[in-house]
Design a protein around this ligand. Structure first.
Ligand code: PLP
Length: 318
């Protein structure tokens, strides 16, 4: 009798896959266990991978303290609810897992991600209700959109004519991995001599970039796109800092011309904080140097990382 296909010996492979990754040093939580980053692997049948059916959040640790962790947990649990995903942990449970990933890794400055994929189903069912949702978390060393040199002189940004996936299609309040538009925008930027990109919304206004929001400063007043963008926690922190320091900051439509004519432009992300932009499409923003308001807000932002109202300590093993 013929053997079932799955019982036949596998043909010899003509080549072996060589894993190109040197995994960053870190600790992940997966299937109820803490494991080294190099062992945190996912099935190719997971719908998080096959359909980008997943949500996530990223919080950072700076000088041994989480920054605004409650806001990140709130956004993550909001995404789970909207996507009808369930995980076997409440906010305190996730908080503990994230804490332990960082404490076990020993990172003092970390990029810490919590994520949930739709998961897989035993029958490869196309009905998302049949999938077992999968929660994971990890801590890797802190990384930034802008490197030290770019922080000093400011980023060169290109405004791509690509449209960011609209909110009517994917609710940007659900932090997601729908990045094909952003990645193609990055290639547009590289082709035009830029370092990163900003995408537009359907009305031709500026939306956001790969992993960041954007602010324009004109005559001492700040503006950031109101709609069609992720409500970034760093963006929210800029609003909070402006309120505390009496600066005017408004969420509204920001056109490419508004950005080009601004005195200062900066981008915001958990991966890097407040980062200056000094050229747009090759032309200088203002006088082409990092502006005073950008520097002031950036300094305040990092100072507040030690404030117990906005940060919580990691308890590392002795
Ligand atoms: N916009 C997008 C598309 C992002 O992915 C991110 C962060 O990853 C941001 C904005 C900035 O959000 P946050 O300040 O919460 O990191």
């Amino acid at each position: 009798m013929d053997q079932e296909p799955s019982e036949r010996p596998l043909p010899a492979l003509s080549f072996r896959h060589v894993d190109p990754h040197a995994y960053p040093q870190g600790v992940a939580f997966l299937d109820g266990q803490f494991v080294p980053m190099s062992e945190a692997k996912l099935s190719v049948l997971d719908y998080g991978f096959l359909h980008s059916d997943a949500t996530y959040d990223t919080v950072h640790v700076w000088e041994g303290r989480f920054f605004r962790l409650d806001l990140h947990l709130e956004r993550f649990f909001g995404g789970l609810e909207k996507l009808r995903m369930a995980i076997p942990f409440d906010r305190d449970g996730v908080r503990r897992i994230l804490h332990d990933c960082v404490a076990l890794s020993g990172h003092r400055a970390a990029y810490v991600e919590m994520l949930c994929t739709r998961g897989a189903s035993l029958t490869f069912s196309r009905d998302p209700r049949d999938a077992v949702n999968r929660f994971m978390a990890f801590s890797v060393p802190f990384g930034s959109v802008a490197d030290a040199e770019q922080m000093r002189r400011g980023l060169c940004v290109v405004i791509s004519d690509r449209v960011r996936i609209p909110p009517a299609s994917v609710d940007p309040a659900i932090k997601n991995y729908h990045w094909l538009d952003l990645v193609r925008g990055l290639y547009d930027a590289y082709d035009r001599g830029g370092e990163t990109a900003l995408l537009l919304d359907f009305d031709g206004n500026v939306a956001e970039g790969p992993g960041f929001n954007v602010f324009a400063v004109k005559d001492g007043r700040l503006a950031t796109p109101a709609a069609g963008v992720l409500a970034g926690i760093t963006r929210r922190t800029v609003f909070d800092l402006c309120r505390e320091t009496g600066l005017s900051c408004e969420a509204k439509a920001v056109s490419p011309a508004d950005l080009r004519q601004a005195d200062e432009v900066f981008i915001t992300s958990t991966a890097g904080g407040i980062m200056p932009v000094t050229t747009i499409d090759g032309a200088p923003v203002g006088d082409g140097t990092v502006g005073p308001l950008t520097t002031r807000l950036k300094d305040l932002y990092w100072q507040r990382h030690g404030d117990p109202l906005w940060s919580t300590p990691i308890h590392y093993p002795q």
